[in-house]
Design a protein around this ligand. Structure first.
Ligand SMILES: C[S@@+](CC[C@H](N)C(=O)[O-])C[C@H]1O[C@@H](n2cnc3c(N)ncnc32)[C@H](O)[C@@H]1O
Length: 256
């Protein structure tokens, strides 16, 4: 089975659109997976994916890069807290937030911490989604090692975490603020009614066409005046065509 046929079959069987991922990166990750599992070709990989329970989840876990950390790009999170969140709560009794491609939960929990500090927890709801069920399990556990906490101040560590051996457990008051669920940005429907969508460090893996499709769907998911918060190395060049105004690097506002 060649690469093209493999992609077609994966789409039919698992509804995963591998064509939307940048081809070279995708092929590199697939090849490293083949050698890790000592499989000869894509045909063997496809048989393995369809033959054994949980092998598709392991495959997805390898394919997707889950690196994340609390307050990734601290300066942007400062801006979110002091410049943009207060405005979003203005005139709204409830603010709905979506962390899309949330990985191990560091991102939505960072936002939950900020909202708690602002005294706005009770007026907000945070949904967090990812395509990788294994990473979603880790997110629900909310147990982190030092590496992902380097941007968490001593004060926040003491207030919101409990140390357990080499790990830090997030306190229940923050944990319970985030609702995790499975969602594929490329294949699933998007819920509507969000005031803030945070989607960082995932669209870099997708083709330009797929990126446009995602940003367009986010636009439809946002309430008027809602904000899209993207990654530090990302940029939406055609933001006007997609219905946004650029507020600052990483921040785009829905205008139509
Ligand atoms: C590098 S992490 C980014 C995590 C977090 N947003 C951050 O910036 O720290 C990328 C995440 O995207 C997820 N992902 C990859 N393809 C996806 C898709 N089609 N739909 C939803 N999530 C996807 C991966 O499982 C991974 O958890």
């Amino acid at each position: 089975m060649d690469f093209e046929e493999f992609k077609k079959k994966v789409k039919t069987t698992f509804r995963l659109d591998l064509n939307a991922y940048k081809e070279k990166q995708l092929q590199r990750r697939l090849d490293s997976y083949l050698s890790k599992l000592k499989l000869r070709d894509y045909g063997e990989l496809y048989n393995q994916l369809t033959g054994q329970r949980e092998s598709y989840e392991k495959f997805l876990d390898h394919l997707t890069i889950n690196v994340s950390e609390f307050f990734r790009d601290p300066q942007r999170f400062e801006e979110l807290q002091h410049k943009y969140l207060p405005g979003l709560f203005h005139g709204r009794s409830m603010v709905k937030i979506w962390s899309a491609a949330c990985s191990n939960g560091s991102e939505p929990y960072s936002i939950a911490i900020i909202l708690e500090e602002m005294g706005l927890s009770a007026r907000s709801r945070i949904d967090a989604t990812d395509i990788d069920r294994q990473v979603l399990k880790k997110a629900a556990e909310a147990r982190y090692n030092r590496d992902g906490l380097k941007n968490v101040s001593k004060n926040r560590l003491e207030r919101f975490f409990t140390k357990q051996g080499d790990f830090y457990l997030l306190k229940d008051s923050i944990k319970k603020k985030v609702v995790f669920r499975y969602h594929d940005l490329l294949g699933d429907d998007y819920q509507k009614g969000y005031d803030l969508i945070v989607c960082r460090n995932v669209t870099i893996y997708f083709t330009r066409e797929a990126q446009d499709g995602i940003y367009k769907k986010f636009n439809h998911s946002l309430n008027p005046g809602g904000i899209l918060f993207i990654g530090g190395s990302e940029m939406i060049f055609n933001y006007k065509d997609l219905g946004y105004e650029k507020l600052a690097p990483c921040f785009y506002k829905k205008v139509k």
